[in-house]
Design a protein around this ligand. Sequence first.
Ligand code: EPU
Length: 339
Amino acid sequence: MILISEKISLKNYNTFGINAYSRYFAQANSTNEIINALRWAEENNQQLLLLNGGSNVLLTKDWDGLTLKINLKGIQITERSEDFVCVKAQSGENWHDFVQWTLNQDFGGLENLSLIPGNVGTAPIQNIGAYGVEIKDCMYQLSALEISSSKIKTFTNAQCEFGYRDSIFKNEHKGKFVILDVSFRLSRRNHVLNTAYGAIVSELEKLGVKNPSIQDVSRAVIHIRKQKLPDPDEIGNSGSFFKNPVISLDEFDKLKVKYPDVQGHAFNEKMKVNAGWLIDKAGWKGKRFSDAGVHQNQALVLVNYGNASGAEIYELSEKISEDIFEKFGILLEREVNII
Ligand code: EPU
């Protein structure tokens, strides 16, 4: 059995805070409840929208079907050696709370990914990343329910086909699986710190830390993120709205001639250009149209100041894309899922 409600606002279930309605709505606290909800949707011919943390979606319209919110909870140590530990987290666990739990146990690997909004179960879909680390660097495996067969399948790290903000769940397996739990292989001692990202080094200096621990790195990341990125509990947003575009070395050199201060870094024999810099340079940073805007400290983040509709945010993103293409000849790709 699963409780199905009707005509529910999704405002509190997406970090953009968009007040879109779902015709039907259910919350699943167990795998069985997920299976029951999937069955209900099939029997009643309703299309399915899966929501977990709701931190990477823009709802541009009401959902004429069933929205299923995944609430599976729990964290478990599944293997332990002297050097490593394997930790399994259920998909409905809040990502940042989970990262803090690992740090409280002194398990290393996820510290650079502190304060990223969203839940554990959606983190692998877009291979979340920040400050030189991506989830693929310590994800061991995950289990997922295949929607068509209701069978549980295990995916190893390699089988997830991770890329930059990308995985098999955004491509070949898009919309076909519900991720149930994710396992991580974390260090118990001799933690390898990743402080290569310039801002972390300077933040640690500011904090007066000489020999940083994994907890110090997490503190530094939290400080940096708090300065630059809006808290979704205060201003609706979905983190970076666009991906940083990857262009050829040739194209980058040409851009550099015209804009000597263009920002980017090497990526797989190409160049990843800072989309935040492009949008900023084009003059969009801090712009506001009614309640839809471009964040004043990070031009890559679009924000909802209160009552913006998803369509208004989408329209703003279209205008920005068109302008960036006109000015720099670069096509921006959205990171956020548009519904
Ligand atoms: N920049 C500007 N103006 C801006 C924003 C950025 O000029 O308004 C330039 C600055 O020079 C800055 C550089 O762009 O040094 C890079 O900015 P930042 O360090 O904020 O990183 P980002 O490339 O904009 C990416 C991720 C973030 C992640 C940070 C830190 C993507 C799409 N975004 O942003 O991830 O937190 O690096 O590692 O790759 C997310 O995906 O939602 C997200 C927040």
